[in-house]
Ligand binder design. Structure first.
Ligand code: GRF
Length: 193
């Protein structure tokens, strides 16, 4: 766990694979005075990830790392993290599962956002599963990352109502809007500011 914020902001890397709307919200948050973090590095396993454009727009260093060989990929990432003195990792729509060994290197310093009310619906297709089960609510969760998928300690959750007319797409939109608020809130919470 990162314990103190000191006077400088906590150097943070955001890992993405796709659209990067959570990345954008984290960047905007990081620019606020009250934010304990700065975003110094963007890592993507996907060279076509739309979110990479935020690296260009906000002048943040980005690295594309192929996961064809996970061992090599993780070594390269660890090297980048070290080079950039990264202290915190925020996974934001990152579609690769990090190895136990990688997580050990950053114990208590990796966060993830997941589009369900964990422990319900770990893994993929969360919105479809919630609708098929006729749940009244879904939502999103920010949690610490441990070696088990979507199972680390929960930091914050936000509930979203599922209406009869909701489709997986419409629910995903509503949940995503809440994710953009929840991730910064969870970061403020863990640094108790
Ligand atoms: C979000 O719903 C996030 O919870 C999930 O993947 C989606 C990523 O969206 N892990 P974006 O790339 O941040 O727009």
């Amino acid at each position: 766990m990162v314990l103190s914020t000191g006077t400088n902001k906590i150097k943070t890397a955001v890992f993405i694979s796709g659209t990067g709307s959570n990345l954008k919200s984290l960047i905007e948050f990081s620019k606020l005075k009250k934010s304990p973090i700065s975003i110094n590095l963007i890592i993507s396993n996907n060279k076509l990830a739309k979110g990479l454009r935020y690296g260009t727009i906000f002048k943040i260093q980005k690295k594309i790392i192929s996961f064809k060989n996970k061992d090599i990929a993780e070594k390269k990432i660890l090297n980048e993290l070290e080079k950039n003195k990264i202290e915190l990792i925020c996974l934001a729509g990152f579609m690769k599962i990090l190895s136990k060994n990688f997580i050990k290197n950053f114990k208590g310093k990796i966060l993830n956002i997941h589009p369900s009310l964990l422990p319900k619906y770990k893994g993929l297709n969360t919105h479809l599963r919630a609708i098929e089960n006729k749940d009244k609510y879904s939502g999103c969760t920010v949690h610490f990352v441990n070696a088990k998928l979507d199972s680390g300690k929960i930091i914050l959750q936000k509930r979203v109502s599922i209406l009869k007319k909701d489709s997986p797409d419409s629910l995903a939109k509503k949940v995503l809007a809440q994710e953009h608020i929840l991730y910064p809130k969870a970061i403020l919470k863990i640094f108790s500011l």
